[in-house]
Design a protein around this ligand. Structure first.
Ligand SMILES: Nc1ncnc2c1ncn2[C@@H]1O[C@H](COP(=O)(O)OP(=O)(O)OP(=O)(O)O)[C@@H](O)[C@H]1O
Length: 318
């Protein structure tokens, strides 16, 4: 069953179209990711879904309810994790969570128990009594997530959940999202980390310049990637432009220059390494490494969008 249905959704900022007639459905119980580079329209889309941005055209249904007119009816069913925290800096972790619980009508005992349980889940028990303002960026994001799920929402919306935070916090957040999802929460997230989408999402929509260019299950997308063989050469002492020399000699392969010494060769067939090594040798270039690379979602993303992934931020390069 579809728990989110989006039809011809469009957002214009005056003459500029930030999101153009996009369509997608999110199935109950899945983790759905909207993946795209900066400025693609991810935040605009999620903001329309959660009622923070006005829709220019189109329809959104969440749990079967038309959102435009009935936002208040879906508020309790959804959890929203903004990229900027909305918690109180002076309050401690436990106080912030307990306060959020009170907003959802939970009684004192219930919300304090839930607060402690959530602090444990997000790995923040040791700072439960410290004020929020003393938390690191990653800790703040984790507490913001805990606050967004205190009422046990059916659907969780997250805008760039691990952007700009430390690797350990990102790992904890991914673990928590996986756990929540296993327990039945549907998750809609935006990200510009390809690895994150690959690791977390059941289905992914690629969004570029306000348009969805592909939607498929991660399994199907990965299968497509794995149809190609990829060999990576690491070459030193080379005075040649690796890509143009290879393209001229072996035009039937596809190439991607990783850096001036590293190049990838792509083919649907097996790749015979010897002719490559001989060609490098002829140009006095020494091959120090030739390895088979396991194709990743990155390859599919580049193929479909034509966007070089160095334009997307990398995980770890936070
Ligand atoms: N309030 C606004 N007024 C005018 N243009 C806007 C406004 N908000 C966003 N835009 C533009 O709409 C486009 C989509 O922005 P959006 O923030 O949705 O992208 P994004 O995919 O979330 O990227 P990022 O990761 O950089 O936030 C961008 O070109 C942006 O400059």
């Amino acid at each position: 069953m579809s728990i989110i249905e989006v039809e011809n959704l469009t957002k214009k900022y005056e003459q500029f179209t930030a999101v153009e007639s996009i369509n997608f459905k999110v199935k109950e119980g899945e983790i759905f990711g909207l993946l795209g580079p900066n400025g693609a329209g991810k935040t605009t889309t999620i903001n329309m879904l959660i009622g923070l941005a006005k829709i220019t055209k189109g329809d959104i249904k969440i749990v079967g309810i038309e959102c435009a007119k009935n936002l208040s009816k879906i508020q309790e069913k959804i959890g929203i994790i903004p990229d900027e925290s909305n918690l109180y800096p002076e309050m401690t972790g436990v106080e912030n969570l307990s306060f959020c619980g009170a907003l959802y009508g939970m009684n004192k005992k219930e919300r304090e128990e839930k607060a402690l349980q959530l602090l444990e889940q997000v790995g923040l028990s040791h700072v439960a009594e410290k004020p929020f303002k003393a938390y690191s960026k990653g800790m703040k994001r984790r507490l913001t997530i805990a606050a967004g799920i205190i009422h046990g929402p059916e659907i969780l919306f997250l805008d760039e959940p691990t952007s700009g935070i430390d690797v350990e916090s990102a790992r904890q957040i991914r673990k928590l999202l996986t756990l929540l999802n296993r327990n039945g929460t549907t998750i809609f997230l935006t990200t510009h980390y390809i690895e994150e989408a690959e690791r977390l999402c059941d289905r992914i929509a690629f969004i570029v310049e306000g348009k969805i260019v592909k939607i498929d299950s991660t399994v199907n997308l990965m299968e497509k990637a794995q149809q190609e063989k990829v060999v990576q050469f690491y070459v030193e002492n080379s005075k040649i432009d690796l890509q143009s020399v290879l393209e001229k000699k072996f035009p039937n392969y596809r190439y991607k220059l990783i850096d001036s010494k590293t190049i990838r060769v792509y083919s649907k067939e097996k790749i015979d390494l010897l002719p490559f090594i001989e060609l490098f040798k002829k140009h006095s270039a020494v091959v120090y490494e030739a390895k088979l690379v396991k194709p990743s979602l990155e390859e599919v993303f580049v193929q479909i969008t034509g966007i070089e992934t160095n334009k997307m931020k990398k995980e770890g390069g936070r």
